[in-house]
Structure formats: C-alpha cells, structure tokens
Design a protein around this ligand. Sequence first.
Ligand code: SAH
Ligand code: SF4
Ligand code: F3S
Length: 490
Amino acid sequence: MMKGDFMTNSTIRDMAKSTNQNQSENAADELARQQFFMERCCEYVNAFKERMGRLPRACVTTFGCQMNARDSEKLIGILRHVGYEITEDENADFVLYNTCTVRDNANQKVYGRLGELKGYKRKNPEMKIALCGCMMQEPTVIEKIRTSYGFVDLVFGTHNLFRFAELLYTSFTQNGMVIDIWKDTDRIVEDLPVERKYPFKSGINIMFGCNNFCTYCIVPYVRGRERSREPKDILREIERLVADGVVEVMLLGQNVNSYGKNLAQPMTFAQLLQEVEKIEGLRRIRFMTSHPKDLSDELIQVMKESKKICRHLHLPLQAGSTRILRDMNRRYTKEQYLALAEKIRREIPDMALTTDIMVGFPGETEADVEETIDVIRKVQYDNAFTFIYSRRTGTPAAQMEQVPEDVVKRNFDKVLKTVQDTARERVARYQGQVMDALVEEINESDPTLVTGRLSNNTLVHFPGDASLIGQIVAVSLDECHGFYYMGHSV
Ligand code: SAH
Ligand code: SF4
Ligand code: F3S
C-alpha cells in the first residue's frame, strides 16, 4: 500500500504527495501546515455550535499499549484545541478508535464495538466515526472495513498521526470514507497540542518503531523502523511537563535499550537517563520496554546510582526454553536471561522485576513450558503478564506448525498459577514497612480511599481524599492482598 493510496479527495492527496516527496521539508513547516488545518477545523466547530446550539462532543477510545495511550493524548489534544468537548460516552458526534493488533482478540473487540457505533450513527446521521492505530496498518483490515463497515468516515494509520488535524478537516468537507495509510515514515513532528490524562504524570515517546522482528510479533510491520527522537527535544518536553506539574515520567519505546543508536550524534539510553535525572522538580523516572538482549551494564550502574529512576524493571522473558527463544528470534538464551536477572538483583536488591510471558508459540512442548516455569520460580517476578500466542498475518511464526488449542490452554493455566503463587510471596516482602507512594486517584470501589503507586510499581490503597492526588506520600504497608497493599499514611 502506498502513501495516500486510498485518499478520495484529490486536492489533499496532491498536497500530501508534494510534501512527502520533499523529505528535506522540516518539522516546522509541517507544524505550520497542521496549524492551518486546526484553524479550519475550529471554523467547522464554530459553525456546528451556531447550528446546534451546543459544542460537538468527541470520544477517543484507546486499545493496546502505553504508546497508543500517548498517541491518544495527542489526538485528544487536537480535538480539544479545535473546540470539541471531550467525553467518555461513545454516543458522541465524533468517535475515534485508536486500535491495537498485537493479538487477535484486540481486533475482534474493535469489530464488535463498531457494530454498536453503527446503531448510534443511525440515530445521529451527522456522527463521524474514525479509526486509527496499529490495526489500520494491515491491508487485510482496510479491505474488511471498506467492504463491511461502509459507515466509517475516516481511517488513518500510525505513521501519519501528526496529520490528524488535516485528516479531520478532510472528513468534514467530503462525503464517503477517507482512507490515508502510509507504509512508513522517517518524520517526527514536535509541538502539536497534547492533552494529558493525568496532570501529575506523563508518558514521553523517546523512540518510535522496532527493528527486532521477533517472529511472532506484528509491531515492526505496523509501527515501522526504529527512530529515536533528539535528546534535546525529549528534555525540552520533560522540562515543560515539569513546569506544568508533572512529577513522574515514563519514557516510552518498544526497546528503549537501543535508544540513540541511529541519531546523527549517537547517545546511549543510560546517557539519556542521566540527562533526564538532572531536570529539577522531576521526582520519578520510569521506562518501558527493556529488551533483555540490549540491557547494558552501563544502564544497571545508572539505575543503581539514580535517586529518581523507579525500582521497577519490566524485562520481557516471552519463554524459558532456549530452543523456543531461538525460534522467536529473541537473541538470548535461558541462561543469559537468568544471569542478567541475577546481576540486576545483585546490584540493586530492591529492584522489582516484571515480565511478559507467551504460551503456545509454534512447536512449544510441555518440556518447553516447564523451562518457562523454572525461570518464573528462579527470578521471582513481582508481576507477569501472561498471553496466549496469537497467530499474526505476515509474521514468520504464522507459517510454523501451530500448537493445538487444548494443549495451549492447559499449559497457560499452569504458567498463570506459577506466576500468581510466586508473585504473591514476592510482593508481600515489604509488609509492615513505610514507603513513598505517588497518589494517582480516588479508589474506584471505595471513595474514602486513595490509590498510590510505589516506586516498585505496586499499588497501595489507603484512607485519603482528592487533595492528595499528585502528591508523594509516606505510607505504611499494613496488609498485602496478592498484587496490592492496604495501608495508611504516616
Ligand atoms: N516491545 C516489547 C513488547 C511489545 S508487545 C518487548 O519486546 O518486550 C507486548 C507483549 O505482547 C509482548 O511482550 C508479548 O509478550 C506479547 N505479544 C506480542 N506478540 C504477540 C502474539 N503474536 N501473541 C501473543 N502475545 C504477543
Ligand atoms: Fe515485538 Fe520483539 Fe519488537 Fe517487542 S522487540 S515490539 S516483541 S518485535
Ligand atoms: Fe498494540 Fe500497537 Fe501497542 S499493536 S501493543 S498498540 S504498538
């Protein structure tokens, strides 16, 4: 699929073509271009208000990972900027699904909910429905939407998200489905509006895409090649966030450990962290995700000496069998992973380790699953996300011999039980101690409690009110309940 292939508006298509051809055009020009379209969108919103006597309402629903969550903040930033009222109710004037395709169940959820949206649109014919995100980078998905979901108004992908204002305007001014999917991009556009979900914490993209091509994974195909942002842009963004009340940042990338390799002036992730550490007023630094094959001794030392980097490392294992790891193209062995986990624990004993584990990768036997269980027992994770392998079109693993469903299910239950048993013990080790928690919200089920996050990422619920949100509070960890604590502030 080529850039702009499906665009039905010829004027916009020509504009897009001319800018894409000129790769030297800088981000400032693109920013000006999007500002132009934001102004046009404002005019549309004002006209709507005159006509309807109210502001139009927009709802953005996010599927998938932290990257998508951050992208949604950018999409909401633009919608708010042009005058939309933001709502969580999907019975709105503009509904946007920011999709994920890492496993098939994420796709099925989107198709299911689109059916519901169709019902809303029947009652409100002016309603606009838009789809974006990783799923849209798959040609088979686009084909299905064109043929079976003709009521969708706008479809775009991951590479042209920075053109959202322009695409929004295009969908206002023309009938029929607007589809614009780019195959890839080398552009990073800075300084578009963003609306954060939390006033006190924020995700920050430090890189985009992935070059690892784990054989099961669709991310490199839908997010493109790895590109790092310039350190000065990252630091400037964090400084602005801190000035705006942010105390905790999460640096985001599919493999943050390879940050900076492709910059004109290369820089390591550990060096970037040292620069971020210097930002005054910033209290906590987190990052996601670390690929075990690229985790350096330099990074371990920087984490060890840091006062701000949280005591939590997410280190995806995927599988414990060296043979399966090789077929997955993970580029580490069981022994190398265990040695790395041991080194981290030795250097930084209070570091919580969490992981991702997949069960049912092609060719996985019960003996392989026992190897995974062995690693879980040895490493003693604080938490682990366990997934059933999902066959993704176009990935090498999709061509391999698949494991029967009943075998996968049995193995999955075994792995899940091991994770739960070991994590319960591990999380409980701080019972009775006092630790700092960043208060994030009022407890969902009991409004007399607030929920805070410890440096090691464990949650603690304790009596408090909304005035504590965004504050770092010393909390006594009274009782451990599996993956979380009940406590009281001291
Ligand atoms: N870049 C991160 C992972 C991003 S995807 C890393 O390399 O660790 C998040 C998790 O989804 C992965 O760690 C993996 O466990 C899971 N995942 C990815 N592809 C999958 C698939 N085809 N089926 C099931 N789980 C998958
Ligand atoms: Fe997927 Fe592997 Fe890249 Fe992670 S590192 S996004 S699992 S290809
Ligand atoms: Fe899903 Fe895309 Fe993230 S496929 S996991 S939303 S990078």
